[in-house]
Design a protein around this ligand. Structure first.
Ligand code: URP
Ligand code: ZN
Ligand code: ZN
Length: 467
């Protein structure tokens, strides 16, 4: 039930810059006090000794409506997978529908497929697919509606959501008028098209060739080009799902030169690599996502980048396609394999086990990448931090838990898990969404529809010091 006054005692509170033992009091949907030996008469008292108390995660990159060549991912009816993975807010990418505006596309989708279904809180990024003049003019209206971010696909030549340079430039210029953060999927569509057709003509059709068709230079080129476009526009830029060293270094160096250029990476780029794409018996298709998985050299560079703040978030890029019915569309050609992998539930597990426990990132960086920074980038003022006045989205994280990641324990509604068999250290023991316990002893106990729309505020963190 929402609104039970709750005292969480003796937990070790982790924030993006601190760690201390304290009590935390929840009233209504908010954190109302943090302190030593809080002596309140709460209706519910939870002893969190031995647990870390961390903010509920904010996953700023998920797909619940993505459609690849007619095949659609699982929707918000599987969003409880986020909750058991410690994530309490999702931001989904919503295509502008043919003949509709940007805001109405999101709102129609919301009414039909999200409101009353979502099990965690949510907001949306717009994807402009039809850049007519009147649509460009509509971009500032996204801010008023609480959707202050837009993604443009520089990749995917020939698909209706592909965006040319003129679209990216116009969006950057118009978006800046209202504090909209423009996000790009940075891959050179022409390079991919030429390489893909050549590979197919040579009979190289297996999933592994997905990576060969889009090597790091494809991503680096588009990243650099997008940065030049943003420089010309005088607008900030956010590069999503950075997968390679070259692109990361371009972002890092541009920022160092004073440009407001930021980027995220995703959990799969940190622990998987192109050898997964080479798995036999079409298993490699499970790992087809764009940009493609890389090599150990790139993985190491990305871990360094997230620890050193050269990239500022780790998202899931969750895309729930089944292997048997959907990935097999591409049995004869990697070009027809739906792009994307399910990873909503394991973002925290990957970051903690292979980041914090492996000594690659600090606990504070973990909190920042998992919750705090994504909230700030997207203008979610009351999410992503433990502090008085914030929404009581809280994870009691048990660092002693030991397990193995498997599709068997997965709520994503997909027939495979890309992290199958991975060791898992720690888990979200209890999760609170605005004060309501929705995960207990690692199991989802919430209700469908308890998630709520959270409007994002314009001028997110990419505009800091820039406006
Ligand atoms: O392969 C991916 N990443 N699929 C989801 C769509 C996208 O490009 O983000
Ligand atoms: Zn993308
Ligand atoms: Zn994506």
């Amino acid at each position: 039930m929402f609104g039970v006054p709750t005292l969480i005692r003796n937990g070790k509170i982790l924030t993006s810059n601190d760690e201390f033992v304290a009590d935390l009091l929840i009233e209504g949907e908010k954190i109302v006090a943090i302190g030593q030996s809080l002596n309140q008469d709460a209706d519910r008292i939870i002893d969190a000794e031995g647990m870390y108390v961390i903010p509920g995660g904010v996953d700023q990159h998920v797909h619940f409506s993505f459609n690849y060549k007619g095949s659609k991912v699982r929707g918000f009816e599987t969003s409880n997978a986020a909750a058991v993975g410690g994530t309490t807010t999702l931001i989904e990418f919503v295509n502008q529908e043919p003949g509709k505006g940007l805001v109405s596309s999101i709102e129609d989708y919301r009414k039909k497929e999200v409101d009353g279904i979502a099990m965690v809180d949510y907001c949306f990024h717009s994807i402009m697919t039809d850049p007519r003049d009147e649509v460009i003019e509509e971009i500032p209206k996204l801010a008023e509606a609480g959707y202050p971010t837009m993604k443009l696909f520089m990749a995917y030549k020939g698909m209706f959501f592909h965006a040319d340079d003129d679209t990216v430039l116009k969006a950057l210029i118009k978006g800046k008028e209202a504090g909209i953060t423009i996000m790009v999927h940075a891959e050179n569509a022409e390079m991919i098209d030429v390489l893909s057709k050549k590979l197919i003509s040579e009979g190289k059709t297996a999933p592994y060739y997905h990576a060969v068709s889009r090597p790091p230079v494809v991503e680096a080129e588009a990243t650099q080009r997008a940065i030049y476009l943003s420089k010309l526009a005088g607008a900030p830029l956010y590069v999503v799902h950075v997968s390679c060293k070259e692109a990361m270094e371009i972002i890092r160096d541009s920022y160092d030169k004073g440009l407001p250029v930021f980027g995220e990476t995703c959990s799969h780029y940190l622990v998987l690599d192109e050898s997964d794409l080479a798995r036999p018996d079409f298993e490699g298709a499970k790992y087809v996502c764009s940009p493609a998985l890389r090599t150990e050299e790139h993985r190491a560079a990305l871990w360094e980048a997230i620890e050193k703040k050269w990239l500022n978030a780790v998202s899931s890029d969750h895309c729930g396609f089944d292997w048997i019915d959907q990935k097999h569309m591409g049995i004869d050609s990697f070009m027809n394999i739906p792009n994307g992998a399910p990873s909503l539930q394991n973002r925290m597990n990957i970051l903690w086990t292979y980041g914090v426990c492996a000594g690659k990132i600090s606990k504070q960086r973990f909190v920042d990448l998992f919750a705090t920074m994504p909230a700030k980038i997207n203008g979610l003022e009351h999410k992503g931090s433990i502090g008085v006045g914030y929404d009581a989205d809280i994870v009691l994280f048990n660092p002693s838990y030991r397990g193995v990641i498997s599709v068997k324990n997965n709520l994503e509604g997909v027939d495979y898990c890309p992290f199958e068999g991975f060791e898992q250290k720690g888990r979200a023991e209890s999760v609170f969404l605005r004060g309501n316990m929705i995960v207990e002893k690692g199991k989802y106990i919430g209700e469908m529809g308890q998630g709520r729309f959270v409007p994002g505020k314009a001028y997110g963190a990419a505009y800091d010091g820039w406006r």
